[in-house]
Design a protein around this ligand. Structure first.
Ligand code: GCW
Length: 679
């Protein structure tokens, strides 16, 4: 099974001997505490070390000798310099790892302020071993950057997964008994704990009201019980009309007492069974979902009603800002227009959840202007890990580089350096809560994510949720080492493939700021030409690319929709002017003639052609590099990835040809004869 990828990055294959000569003195383990969470940490460490070194750790009752010490409160038992300071600074879920002494009196101390911190410290130590890092002088103090680090599963109660490309739902499964899936779920739980994910939303944001009925709540209770020892809380997406639909009330008006009471009772009922239930995620008045506006109320009215019901239990409401209506106004402006005026109106346990970009998880978008614009509201960022717009689970697209791009984008909210990361992690604004969400790419496929390399996106999301300052290449390297092999001959080329993959996708799908050229509704493959009578214009590609004889692109400058003014200066001016707008976003903000001169000196049309050709070329290079990996890893996964790259290569050509031939009907210009870019 190991070769099927089921064990994700928790394989614990044997590590090379020389690296661990030093380690092998550590043959005993002292564990402080016996909570379920500590039990998970202890077992993980024992199994990991057994797998990696063949050493069977002896459990010891004393803190002396050469051993690993694990638990809360070790600082009271041993005198290690710096331990107290570390604990003071690492917060509730951070940890401290120190190595002290030498030779036969060597100790590795893994400690924290809570059992959860010890669990994360244990996994961090295991990761160092998996990556064959030098552990002779470990001295680590880590604190997570966000308080709540969540996965959002878009899983429907009938077992399908919206935008899921790795099989059916792991949670809503009618064919198998919960207990038969226990082992599988444990891998999920360990994988999340290993990167520090501490919450999971079990159902689709397009929420069925029935999730709050006994039939489904029973399953939620079972899942919560299973995930608790891994420090993972469960949350539910709720449908705003639940009081009317399953409660039999006349309506679901958030300002009506009866409705408010219904939610309070429902919440009480949930907490009776799940005392540490996390809270609700809500998509309201968006894409046909019901919401407070149905009753003339605001998003704040709706969110606050739920917040009040959850407040006595420390529950959280995550209220999504993904809203847009089929009005004449530019869709990219709508979240800002609706939410910024509500700044300061949300209760303390409400977090407004904002997608990374203003439209919808495109291969490249500028950051959403809502970040930095609501300083009296807890804002959280939502990334999509499932590749709805990046080739599903067929394309290798390492998303950490994209997420880093967003994190590091400067909002200028409080002057230069006000990055999106800082505008959401509490360092710029005193947010009551900080949080981050990733739309999961997980399903019942044996390898969990369809494409073996899509596991990296789950992993990297978790690592960045813990610490957004980590580098995408470092994370990729860790993941490759843990998942496949630490050999340089493998890691270097594979990492190179990963690091260049997202830009390749941008190039062969939507270069230069183009967006939403994907097929109608399913979003797979190119359909820039689609016109459907009666369909909402903002659901059709033409709305976004605006190609005509006079040029291409969406004019969001002052002369167009003026979306640029939603950004702080100097960004608004930078984006407003095609000469200063970054070229990788130029057609996002501008409608330009086909012969517009780009910074390269080439015409826009030629530049566009080269980007599409570059994208295809890059995938061919990826294939060549991967072919050389044969023999360095197991054949099964090698072949699987090779096959997927073949699909990607074919589809990259499809994208290039479809888009260029279609756009050419407007530009009337030839594809450059020399397909190598002139230097
Ligand atoms: O990305 C779009 C998807 C919808 C999704 C929606 C959302 C869950 O196409 O499938 O619905 O966004 O984020 O709510």
């Amino acid at each position: 099974l190991a070769e099927s990828g089921e064990n994700l990055w928790l394989r614990y294959d044997k590590v090379s001997d020389n690296v661990f000569d030093d380690y092998s003195v550590l043959e005993t383990l002292y564990v402080e505490g016996n909570s379920p969470v500590i039990g998970v940490a202890r077992n993980e460490l024992i199994n990991a070390i057994k797998g990696m070194t063949s050493v069977d750790l002896d459990l010891s009752k004393k803190v002396s000798g050469s051993s690993i010490l694990l638990g809360v409160g070790l600082n009271e038992k041993i005198d290690v310099q710096g331990l107290e300071e570390g604990l003071e600074s690492c917060g509730p879920e951070g940890y401290v790892i120190r190595r002290v002494g030498k030779d036969k009196e060597t100790q590795v101390v893994i400690t924290a302020n809570t059992d959860a911190g010890v669990l994360y410290g244990t996994f961090a130590f295991i990761r160092m071993m998996q990556n064959e890092e030098d552990i002779s002088a470990i001295n680590v103090v880590e604190t997570p950057k966000y308080e709540l680090r969540l996965l959002n599963h878009w899983d429907n109660l009938d077992g399908t997964v919206e935008r899921g490309y790795a099989g059916h739902s792991i949670w809503w499964n009618r064919e198998k008994d919960f207990n038969d899936l226990r082992d599988h779920y444990q891998i999920y739980a360990r994988a999340n704990a290993s990167v520090g994910i501490n919450g999971t939303v079990l159902n689709n944001v397009n929420a069925a009201p029935e999730v709050l009925t006994d039939e489904y709540l029973e399953q939620v209770v079972r899942i919560a019980d299973l995930l608790r020892p891994y420090n993972i809380k469960v949350y539910l997406s709720v449908n705003f009309s639940s009081p009317a639909v399953i409660g039999g009330l006349e309506d679901s008006d958030p300002l009506r007492d009866e409705v408010r009471e219904w939610w309070k009772d429902k919440v009480e009922e949930i907490y009776e069974e799940i005392p540490d239930f996390g809270g609700f995620l809500v998509k309201a008045n968006s894409e046909g979902q019901p919401g407070p506006q149905d009753y003339g109320r605001t998003h704040a009215d709706g969110a606050n009603m739920l917040a009040e019901a959850l407040e006595p239990y420390d529950g959280i409401v995550m209220w999504r800002a993904f809203v847009y209506a089929p009005s004449g106004d530019d869709r990219a402006k709508q979240a800002y227009t609706e939410f910024v005026p509500l700044d300061g109106k949300f209760h303390e346990n409400v977090i407004v959840q904002v997608k990374n970009g203003p439209i919808d998880f495109q291969p490249r978008e500028p950051f959403s202007p809502v970040f930095g614009a609501m300083d009296e509201t807890s804002l959280m960022i939502e990334f999509q890990i499932t590749q709805e717009y990046l080739g599903f689970s067929n394309h290798l697209a390492y998303l950490a580089t994209m997420q880093k791009e967003t994190f590091e984008s400067d909002t200028y909210a409080k002057g230069p350096g006000s990055t999106v990361a800082k505008a959401t992690d509490g360092s710029l604004f005193s947010q009551k809560h900080t949080a981050i969400a990733g739309v999961a790419n997980i399903g019942r496929d044996v390898n969990w994510t369809g494409h073996h390399f899509a596991q990296a996106n789950w992993y990297a999301y978790g690592r960045l949720a813990w610490d957004h300052t980590l580098r995408a290449d470092d994370i990729g390297k860790e993941w490759l080492g843990m998942t496949f092999s630490n050999e340089d001959a493998f890691v270097e080329p594979s990492l190179n493939i990963m690091m260049r993959s997202r830009e390749a996708v941008v190039n062969y799908m939507t270069p230069l700021g183009l967006h939403h050229l994907m097929g109608w509704s399913h979003h797979h493959g190119p359909e820039p030409w689609t016109e459907i009578e009666g369909a909402r214009p903002d659901w059709l590609p033409k709305y976004y690319h605006n190609a005509s004889e006079d040029g291409i692109g969406f004019d969001r400058s002052e002369s167009g929709s003026n979306a640029v003014v939603q950004y702080e200066e100097p960004l608004a001016s930078i984006y407003n002017n095609p000469k200063t707008c970054p070229e990788n976003l130029i057609l996002w903000f501008h409608h330009l003639p086909w012969d517009y001169t780009m910074s390269s000196g080439l015409s826009l049309w030629d530049e566009l052609c080269y980007h599409y050709y570059d994208g295809v070329e890059e995938v061919r290079l990826m294939q060549k590099k991967w072919d050389r990996m044969q023999g360095l890893i197991d054949d099964e996964r090698f072949e699987h990835v090779r096959h997927k790259l073949k699909i990607q290569s074919r589809e990259a050509e499809w994208w290039r040809d479809a888009c260029l031939l279609y756009f050419q009907t407007f530009s009337g210009m030839p594809i450059p004869a020399e397909l190598e870019r002139p230097v």
